[in-house]
Design a protein around this ligand. Sequence first.
Ligand code: SF4
Length: 491
Amino acid sequence: MQGACKRRAAQGGVQPKRKCAPTLGVAAVAQAEQGGGFVNLYREAPQGDISLEQFERFAAARKRVLEGIDEAQAKGVRPSEMHAHVEKLLRQYMPEPRRLADVEEAWATDHVSHFILRLAYSRTAELRKWFVQQEEVLLRYRFNSADEQVRRGCMDGLQSIDEAEFSMFADELLAVFGWRDVGQDADKQQCFKDEAKPWTHIYKVPFEQVSDLVRHRKVLLRGGWAYMLSSDAASVVATSFRQRLSRALLICSDHYAENVQNQEDERLAGLLPTLTQRRVGLVYGCAEQLPLAELPAAMEASAPPCMRRSFAVLRAEHHMKHAGRLQLGLFFKGIGVSMEDALVFWRAEFMQGGKTAEQFEKQYTYNFKHQYGQTGSRINYSPYACGAVINASPDTSGQTGCPFRNCKVEALTGMLRQMKVGGDVVAKAVKMKQEQHYQLACSAVFEGLHGKELAVVAPHQYFAESRKHHKAKVVEEQQGDEVLADDFTQI
Ligand code: SF4
């Protein structure tokens, strides 16, 4: 590979030009042609030229698959149901080739689209995290769908075992894995010990390859080999893929500005940011500004439980730690509070808590300006989507986190009652909380309060939809009043 190409590959770059199909490595194609599935670990950047039209089309198709995975997770689709879901998404947006002759092109498309999005999603920490999460799900799906030979290609030294080898350690293997679930059915446990051919669920690999599994005692060690369940093999491959992809994305990010943004290729500089813009959780927001005077009433009417709780803590304590300021501050930004208004609001709160105006200026102003991208690295930070709020470190103070995850049942019930959520909806939400379907619980609360469905993916999305609903109701009522007044005049 020549210098420029090498640099492009290190950045995960693909050069859109006018024609030619990109090519894949021979090994990847050979796997695909055998019809045993395909697992691409994206170790090397593609080479060749593609047209701008192909560039956009490939990226859009993959993005739809990744967004579909993300939405499924937001809706609480169980891991065991995810396989069928990803299969459907791939069939819809990135269908597998029907003819052998099309195999290379189809998998090359997969390869190229990964590297296009890798570059596009390398720009911020949040985008990187999102991309890695969805790609990992896709990889797991492909690994679990692939045949033995393809799986072995994913991990050095991975081997299946036969009945004779199983018999040598049968008692020990049953002791270690006997009660582990090896079935595909989410609602019914299928224990390893009850399997007719249990050896088909076991792989062995040189033990140094799976040090994490060894540490967590999830393997049987014999003669330098680690015997493990096939589901754990998928985890090992996925973990190593995630780590490698995270590192590659950081390298992409380092070079993004130098090689894309500031270079004369305006086509890429204009195109790549738009590829990441349509995700609901990141860009959903109020088009209109929210005047500061309306903030308290709007929070009361339309804020989701997480921000309602965080806001209440701030109003009671007139102080908030960094993580809380970031979560609530970015939410304010997402619902249309201007930076100037945000500064006025936070200053007033902190001064009620005992800080002077000078102390606020010195200790906190920079922080809030930073949230709006007006100082420091000038990154335009996005408000948190539900995933980020739910996965925040557990916080009992109420400043951060999702109440459906962090609150005990009594506290959550009290909070929902205060929001005037009906008893049956509270019970439904509590049940969903106990099943760890936090966003579904929140969606049920939204539906209970507004009488319409919403798949909740971000607190500012909840807020915007609620506010839209209330405004529409006001307009409806006004129109009703006008009709009544007209009727009255005619009488
Ligand atoms: Fe907030 Fe999302 Fe939790 Fe609802 S599900 S409370 S919007 S983090």
